[in-house]
Design a protein around this ligand. Sequence first.
Ligand code: SF4
Ligand code: SF4
Ligand code: SF4
Length: 159
Amino acid sequence: MNATGAINALDVYKDLPKLNCKKCGMLCMPFGVELLKGAKQLEDCPPLLEPKYKPNLEKLRALLAPMKQATATGIVLNQDACDGCGVCVIACPVNSRFSQECLSGKAPDHPLPKEIIYALENGKCKIVSIEECRRYTPPTTNCRICEIYCPRYAIEIKV
Ligand code: SF4
Ligand code: SF4
Ligand code: SF4
């Protein structure tokens, strides 16, 4: 994981069986890259489904879950463009649902509720979790509130 919290191919590779058996159609490292791109699934690696690799499979599922959610919602947060104004933190209806402070127009108190989507850290917006995003959790909607209200165009929804 890099300084921004993004996962990279090496993070994925660490927990693959590393057999280079090519049962997935390639070597382990490129398979890790394909997983990150969403072009391959964990289930495409047959050894990973064997009982002895169960802990690895669980770790990889947990590691890749946020990425799958991000792909499903299409939300891309550009932290370089963000000036930390906090508009998205109070505008997102999920934040208000899980944080009394957001409902009153303030930043959520720490410890942050694990369900909230946006929070500020060191003057920048970060995504805590997007599991409850209205674009992700059924019944889904085409919510774009965060994108519409961000004054810096730092949030883009690519679908
Ligand atoms: S099937 Fe799994 S163990 Fe074999 S090369 Fe592909 S990723 Fe590696
Ligand atoms: S799309 Fe809607 S629910 Fe999802 S993060 Fe943006 S404002 Fe929140
Ligand atoms: S509304 Fe935009 S600029 Fe403001 S904190 Fe959120 S992402 Fe950053």
